[in-house]
Design a protein around this ligand. Structure first.
Ligand code: PGA
Length: 244
């Protein structure tokens, strides 16, 4: 794992956006998986801006959404679906055949998981995955206690996720389960970027980088990934020992 510290959220997001652009230049048919959320929003916007400016060919890559709230329809502006439509798919005109998002309304969410795992396998694995980190150390909806060996799965959401998750919704929303790629996908991806910004993420970044590796704090898996980069701004890095 490598730690990279940037001046602020903008510099961090710029570097993450450049990583997507570089990948698509070298491998136009790459498989890219992104998280939704406050952290990666600016990365998505800068990626779209750069791709349009530089006329990057975005017609061949495969886009995979990291996770979704089970039971929340794609029309709900708090859903991951909605985020990806707004921030990526519509602005770049990405065709539906390139996009794989979990159907959160599926009657058979387990089947959704199997379909996603098969898609990733058939496409030769994920080239680049960009994730955020939750206030409980989750990645996607890999909540504390999850197995590092999981591929896609449905999971009961942690209390912290249910509470913090309200920030994405205009009105109080019942959140119970999530559907998510697993930590095994992270381990098998060619490159993994975990992004965090702001002082409120300083504690979880300290645990991610310097804490004991274990599934009680899923993001600690980053320490085991040779292809993993923890990219943070100065504020999120402020509790790291090496910064003192
Ligand atoms: P955030 O979410 O980027 O909105 O802080 C992070 C996460 O819960 O994964």
């Amino acid at each position: 794992m490598e730690l990279k510290i940037y001046k602020d959220h903008h510099h961090l997001s710029d570097a993450a956006a450049n990583a997507i652009i570089e990948l698509l230049k070298n491998k136009p048919d790459a498989v890219v998986c992104l998280a939704s959320g406050e952290t990666p929003r600016l990365t998505c916007r800068l990626f779209v801006e750069k791709a349009l400016q530089q006329k990057t060919d975005t017609r061949l890559f495969t886009f995979i959404g990291l996770d979704e709230w089970v039971g929340i329809p794609p029309s709900n502006d708090g859903s991951c679906h909605y985020f990806f439509q707004q921030e990526l798919i519509q602005p770049l005109g990405i065709s539906s055949g390139q996009v794989y998002l979990f159907d959160a309304l599926s009657k058979d969410p387990e089947e959704e998981c199997r379909k996603m795992d098969k898609t990733i396998l058939d496409k030769g694995g994920i080239d680049l995955v960009i994730v955020g980190i939750g206030m409980n150390g989750h990645i996607g909806f890999n909540e504390p206690g999850v197995s590092f060996e999981n591929y896609s799965h449905v999971i009961n959401l942690d209390e912290t996720t249910i509470t913090v998750g309200q920030k994405y919704f205009k009105t109080a929303t019942t959140l119970q389960k999530g559907i998510t790629l697993g930590l095994k996908h992270l381990q098998q991806s060619k490159k993994v970027l975990l992004l965090a910004n702001g002082a409120k993420k300083a504690g979880v970044i300290q645990k991610t980088v310097e804490g004991r590796v274990g599934n009680d704090f899923p993001a600690s898996i980053m320490q085991t990934l040779d292809q993993g980069f923890v990219m943070v701004d100065e504020e999120a890095a402020s509790l790291l020992g090496q910064r003192k």
